[in-house]
Design a protein around this ligand. Structure first.
Ligand code: M6R
Length: 599
């Protein structure tokens, strides 16, 4: 979703701003813009479309400035065009803002400001902020921003410039802002990805905090005026990790990073065949577990439910965060809520977490992005350590979330003094190498993909622990190839989707050796009888299976409970290959944002 980058220091701001915008591209956007200080006036340039369009529009009046703010916009209020793009200017052009988030009371404020003589140019909710600041400005930008924010309802990550003040004012409520502290320069962004090339020392602004930055000094206060001593944290990953390193797309790189990513999730968490997690959970109070998340993270939650019930013997349920937040669910101090999020910034998941805390539940987070809002608001949690995930379609986060949920359920099992077999732990450590083996067979998927890339629909079927994998495979395909795909429990097919099957319908089966293997083969017979095209992912050599399948992809054999970690890999590759063969923008699919920070 929208991205912010701002700079103040001794170097020309513009190249840093443009580079920062490119680093934020992966979040999804439809227009971009910047404001820098010209000789006397602020120079503002905005363009619809890619950042390359913005670069083309740069002229010499903008190049010397050492202070500026910039933005990538993902339209919510008002269509994607140059006028609605940020930055937004005050009527007299002296103040300029970039804003992430949503101002809920903007229409009331807009009416009021218009009646007071302010002239609006855009359809955005954000523009009310700059007019409010202009209304309250009496020679001190910080005070005007505070006064303006007292009037707004909603969420914001905000950066503001005034043409007569050599400083940037930054504020946050519900939308992340990170301040990177360099040597005599400060780089501010909505995502550390845009900062890490310049400095690894960062301050994560908290909700209701405002910072004033003048290049050498960063003063942080609460909006009520009380001073804060900001906690300086160190980013632990490198700029190199957000480069493609020879891969055609980030998604492909991230698929291939999965063996290492899983090892990083496991690292230090199993010793002497015992799971070691430092979590603050009052174990005796946990009578029920609720897992909540969105998208791919929700799919890993479905697998987590199976793990918790089987290994920890604790009833578990799964809820979409967007549903849970508005439902009158039964949550109290006896419930452990596990919130799962790659980005740690998803608005619905964050709201679900806050609701759970308010209801008195214990809360654990499973998060990838270190220092993200969810990571900071949970009582304790498990970081995935998967490294930055840039491709909009989540891949390595899914396998690492699944592994983290398994570790968590085994940890509960140990707490109950129930045994975890050494053989199972051994199999768990085989997973990274087994994923590596599947990745070696990627060319086989490339060949299969060419037969599916022109199809309009696809069905993904699996049972038990393979059902969430079917959902995830279908989500990957639809997200990046725009082919309509549905995941279904294989046995449910006969209750409806079977009507769709004909010679044009590809059906991807997850036929893993286990208690329902034969039953899944029966479902395959049903598809075959209706001339559907079958692609099977399996760990078992079987003549009938082979005869039923148009294509078959073998994965290494493992414990059935670990099979999602392997089965999902060919499905990720299949989606990737189909999208790439169709010439689509794999890393930045249309209409999607990497981190969904609005409702
Ligand atoms: O950052 P999160 O894990 O909270 O994101 C949740 C979903 O927005 C995300 O998984 C989305 O569905 C991805 N595009 C899936 O590939």
């Amino acid at each position: 979703m929208c991205g912010i980058i701002a700079y103040i220091g001794y170097r020309p701001a513009l190249p840093i701003l443009l580079d920062g915008l490119k680093k934020l591209e992966y979040r999804g956007y439809d227009s971009a813009g910047f404001s820098v200080m010209g000789e006397k006036e602020l120079v503002t340039v905005k363009r619809k479309g890619r950042i390359s369009e913005l670069e083309k529009a740069v002229d010499s009046s903008a190049t010397a400035s050492k202070i500026g703010i910039a933005h990538t916009r993902w339209a919510t209020h008002g269509e994607p065009n140059e006028i609605n793009a940020h930055p937004h200017l005050s009527c007299d052009g002296s103040i300029v803002i970039v804003h992430n988030g949503i101002i809920e009371n903007y229409s009331v404020l807009k009416e009021l400001l218009i009646s007071e003589g302010h002239r609006f140019t855009s359809e955005t909710d954000s523009e009310v902020i700059v007019h409010l600041i202009e209304k309250f400005y009496r020679g001190n930008l910080e005070s005007a921003v505070v006064a303006a924010l007292e009037n707004v309802e909603g969420t914001y990550g905000l950066a503001v410039l005034h043409r007569s003040e050599n400083k940037i004012v930054v504020a946050r409520k519900g939308s992340p802002m990170v301040i990177g502290l360099g040597q005599n320069e400060t780089i501010i962004a909505s995502d550390a990805v845009a900062i890490v090339a310049h400095t690894k020392k960062v301050v994560y602004l908290n909700d209701n905090e405002i910072a004033v930055i003048n290049g050498t000094e960063c003063i942080v206060r609460k909006l009520d005026g009380s001073m804060i001593t900001p906690e300086i944290q160190e980013i632990r990953w490198t700029a190199g990790q957000i480069e493609k390193r020879g891969f055609k797309h980030f998604m492909l790189k991230e698929i291939f990073e999965q063996p290492e990513a899983i090892l990083n999730t496991l690292r230090g968490r199993i010793k002497d065949n015992r799971v070691k997690l430092s979590l603050s959970v009052d174990f005796d109070r946990v009578k029920r577990i609720l897992l909540t998340a969105c998208g791919t993270s929700w799919h890993s939650a479905l697998i987590g439910k199976i793990y918790f019930e089987k290994y920890a013997g604790i009833p578990a349920e799964v809820d979409y965060a967007s549903e849970f937040r508005y439902r009158q669910g039964i949550i109290d101090e006896n419930v452990l809520v596990v919130v799962i999020s790659q980005s740690g910034e998803t608005a619905d998941t964050l709201a679900a977490l806050r609701k759970a805390k308010t209801a008195g539940a214990q809360v654990i987070g499973i998060v990838n992005a270190v220092g993200s809002t969810i990571a900071r608001e949970v009582n304790s949690g498990i970081y995935l350590h998967a490294g930055p995930e840039i491709g909009v379609a989540s891949t390595k986060a899914f396998v690492c979330q699944t592994m983290a949920l398994l570790l968590l359920s085994l940890w509960f099992r140990q707490e109950k003094r129930l045994p975890v077999s050494d053989a199972f732990i051994e199999r768990l450590f085989q997973i990274p190498a087994q994923i590596g083996k599947i990745l070696e067979d990627a060319p086989q998927i490339t060949r299969i993909a060419s037969e599916y890339s022109q199809k309009q629909n696809a069905l993904y079927l699996g049972r038990g622990i393979s059902f969430p994998v079917a959902l995830e495979g279908a989500l990957k395909l639809k997200e990046i190839s725009y082919i309509h795909a549905e995941g279904y429990p294989a046995a449910e097919m006969k209750h409806g989707p079977i009507a769709l099957i004909d010679e044009n319908m590809p059906v991807v089966f997850l036929a893993t050796n286990g208690q329902v293997f034969d039953k899944v083969m029966s479902n395959m017979q049903e598809v075959k009888a209706r001339r559907g095209i079958i692609l099977t992912v399996t760990d078992r050599e079987n003549k009938l299976l082979n005869d039923l399948s148009n294509h078959i992809f073998y994965v290494p054999e493992t414990d059935e409970d670990l099979s999602p970690l392997l089965n999902v890999i060919p499905l990720q590759l299949l989606a990737y290959e189909i999208a790439d063969q169709k010439g689509l923008n794999v890393d930045k699919p249309r209409n999607l944002a990497k981190s969904v920070t609005v409702e």
